[in-house]
Write a protein that binds this ligand. Structure first.
Ligand code: AMP
Length: 311
């Protein structure tokens, strides 16, 4: 089962209180593709400039990442510069250079059209709408976004939300988009737009899965001794979530079993935790299924408790 992703591929300059890296591989689609390709074939739709290092393309060629939909255009690759605060959670965007994204229109190669899962990674909502129109046959559509689009492209973002099955949002973004003080009220407002599931990412505190059918699951996070760089953790989360889902079959009614969705959210958390251990995709690049499995088992141990109790 292959996964189509559209989103940014970027060169990031990231500064934390402890270290700085310049012009390393970043972008939502980059983290996603690297993570999800641990599980299954990823069909990437994005654009890079003529300055994009060949080394990164070679790396994706060594993985099941199809680059037929990656346009290489004359000009500069998208660049993003961010600086983290001491808590390694909050960050300031210091600069964004759209480069070749300024005139980008996604083109979906014919060989991508049978992709069963579609991930609309963080990118302008108008481009996400173009992809939804061009690839209408995906069995499951998942959307990610960011504060910038909530503030500057709310109407188009709402249009996208109305057309997808699952929305990923950070807790902060739920408040910003719905203007609700409580997450539950915010999620209810999001369900009114037709979503089947909402996943609320809580950074280093884990993630919550809400279903319009009443499903609720709180996935614990894997405790990390040290966070090197949280950039891309959300996209890596999506890669783990959709990557795992791509390995299971939906039920006869077309819906995924609750147990599979819960396991997928846990995979999201785990892959997000690995992404934080180094800059760029450095940790995801070397990650193995055995390492994911070991961390999965430890997380079960850490969060399981006995349902029976008495005084
Ligand atoms: P995350 O930490 O999951 O929010 O993802 C961070 C990634 O998003 C970085 O690698 C950036 O290159 C990318 N990014 C930052 N701003 C934008 C934007 N305006 N559009 C698309 N991608 C962006």
């Amino acid at each position: 089962m292959s996964i189509l992703v559209v989103g940014s591929v970027a060169l990031d300059t990231v500064e934390t209180p402890f270290a700085k890296v310049e012009e390393v591989l970043g972008g939502a689609a980059s983290f996603f593709s690297t993570a999800a390709s641990l599980y299954n074939q990823v069909n990437l739709v994005a654009v890079v400039g003529s300055d994009f290092p060949e080394e990164y393309l070679d790396f994706w060629r060594s993985r099941p990442v199809n680059l037929a939909g990656l346009q290489i255009q004359e000009g500069q690759t998208f660049r993003w510069v961010g600086r983290y605060h001491m808590n390694m959670n909050d960050r300031d965007t210091l600069d964004t250079q759209l480069g070749v994204y300024a005139g980008f229109h996604p083109v979906i190669p014919a060989e991508y059209l049978d992709s069963e899962l579609l991930f609309l990674a963080n990118i302008q909502p108008e481009l996400q709408l173009e992809v939804l129109k061009a690839a209408p046959h995906a069995r499951l559509t998942v959307l990610d976004t960011m504060e910038l689009w909530i503030m500057t492209a709310r109407e188009q973002l709402t249009e996208v939300i109305q057309q997808v099955d699952i929305l990923l949002m950070s807790e902060e973004e739920v408040h910003q988009y719905t203007h609700c003080a409580s997450i539950l009220a915010g999620v209810r407002a999001l369900f009114a737009l037709g979503l089947k599931y909402v996943i609320v990412k809580q950074g280093s505190y884990g993630a919550l899965l809400f279903g319009a059918d009443g499903t609720y699951f709180s996935a614990p996070t894997y405790p990390l001794e040290e966070v090197a760089d949280p950039t891309g953790a959300g996209d890596a989360f999506a890669g783990g979530f959709l990557g795992y889902l791509s390995t299971v079959e939906p039920q006869a009614d077309g819906r995924y079993a609750a147990g599979d969705l819960k396991r997928a959210v846990v995979h999201g958390n785990l892959i997000g935790s690995f992404a934080c251990e180094d800059f760029s995709i450095a940790r995801l690049r070397t990650l193995t299924i055995d390492e994911i499995d070991a961390r999965y088992r430890r997380l079960v141990e850490y969060s399981h408790f006995d349902p029976d109790w008495r005084i």
